[in-house]
Ligand binder design. Structure first.
Ligand SMILES: *Cc1c(COP(=O)(O)O)cnc(C)c1O
Length: 346
């Protein structure tokens, strides 16, 4: 309410208002970043601006195991997309598969820190350097994650974090971009606001990807509670792990990385067990999601060409994200889930 009162008092509702600036500064400080962050209206626009600012127009190598935006954004920007398989342990894009997919037309790698678990950033970095490719991270799930003692957002040329209402940290709709190169940062800064410099001067061609002060106000409110939100998710994850069969959690945490506990994906032995578990859970009014399913290289509207991604196929057919509910329900829920899972496997 205080933030809203301030907005009406100033009558400054959007266009890089003071709350957006405060939010950006707090996000930067929270991640210990030496460079500025640039808030945008949503994560998808952040990815599109990243591609534009880096001048990527041709072929982009990406993962089929991600949200649709990871593929649709480069396609929307007129790029072509090639899919590389994922690593079975970490579920992030497999650097060897990336290197095998590189052609003379390849301009960028677009990799997702899936469920907040970092990609093999060292391997991807050296491949990108060797072949002169831009390296973009879809860090939509990775708010607050660190790797080897520093923010995961320090890696790659550009990272995009989504602040959509379904994410761990959010501003209803929103996102932000972190770019390493100052020239790219300047482009991102102008591109997100039509290139406007005052009333009558322009810096190149831009788009409207501005975050409003209302959205920033929501973000500022939630940011105050982020640690406790992440912590309650940790407790819930631990309760799940204590209550569920060993080894059912879907991925191995990348050594050196911290977790933000935004998701609790489990991997069943087969798709038929998954479907039966979903049915039993929904009988108890518990709705788990097949995240990510279908694989993006299987979505005909996105990609008519065929790609061989056998690891991703196997994972996507068996993965289910369990709902992260209120902390009071954790134990009852884990119990219920366990009963159901036992029913399924017996
Ligand atoms: C949510 C999400 C996006 C899109 O972010 P929006 O803020 O909803 O535009 C992109 N990639 C991944 C992996 C996501 O989960």
């Amino acid at each position: 309410m205080d933030y809203l009162a301030g907005i009406w008092e100033r009558n400054w509702l959007t266009n890089q208002g003071p709350l957006v600036k405060e939010f950006e500064k707090k996000i930067q400080d929270y991640h210990g970043l030496s460079t500025s962050v640039h808030c945008v209206a949503n994560g998808a626009l952040g990815l599109q601006i990243a591609l534009k600012a880096l001048g990527v127009k041709g072929e982009v190598i990406t993962t089929p195991f991600s949200y649709v935006a990871t593929t649709s954004c480069p396609l929307w920007e007129g790029c072509t997309v090639k899919f590389a398989d994922i690593e079975p342990d970490y579920l992030t894009i497999d650097p060897q598969a990336v290197e095998a997919a590189i052609s003379s037309k390849t301009e960028a790698i677009l990799a997702t820190h899936v469920f907040g678990n970092p990609c093999d950033v060292e391997a991807l970095e050296s491949i990108a350097k060797k072949h002169g490719l831009a390296l973009i991270y879809d860090a939509a799930h990775a708010f607050g994650v660190t790797y080897n003692g520093k923010s995961i957002l320090e890696y790659g040329d550009v990272s995009m974090v989504s602040l959509h209402a379904t994410k761990l940290m959010h501003s209803v709709e929103g996102g932000f971009v972190v770019a390493k190169d100052p020239a790219v940062r300047t482009k991102v800064e102008w591109m997100r606001r039509f290139g406007h410099d005052g009333y009558d001067a322009y810096h190149g061609v831009g788009i409207n990807a501005k975050m409003s002060d209302f959205h920033a106000a929501m973000g500022l409110c939630i940011l105050k509670h982020f640690e406790s939100i992440s912590n309650s998710r940790r407790l819930l994850s631990e309760a799940y792990s204590a209550g569920l069969p060993d080894g059912i959690f879907a991925f191995r945490a990348r050594p050196g990385a911290t977790a933000n506990y935004s998701y609790y994906p489990v991997l069943f032995e087969s798709e038929s067990i998954l479907l039966e578990a979903m049915r039993l859970l929904s009988d108890c009014n518990i709705y788990a999601r097949r995240y990510f399913h279908p694989l993006l290289h299987r979505v005909e509207e996105l990609q008519p060409a065929s790609f061989e991604c056998s690891v991703a196929e196997s994972v996507a057919s068996r993965v289910l994200c369990l709902p992260m509910m209120a902390i009071d329900d954790v134990e009852r829920f884990a119990e219920l889930t366990l009963i159901n899972l036992n029913a399924v496997s017996s």
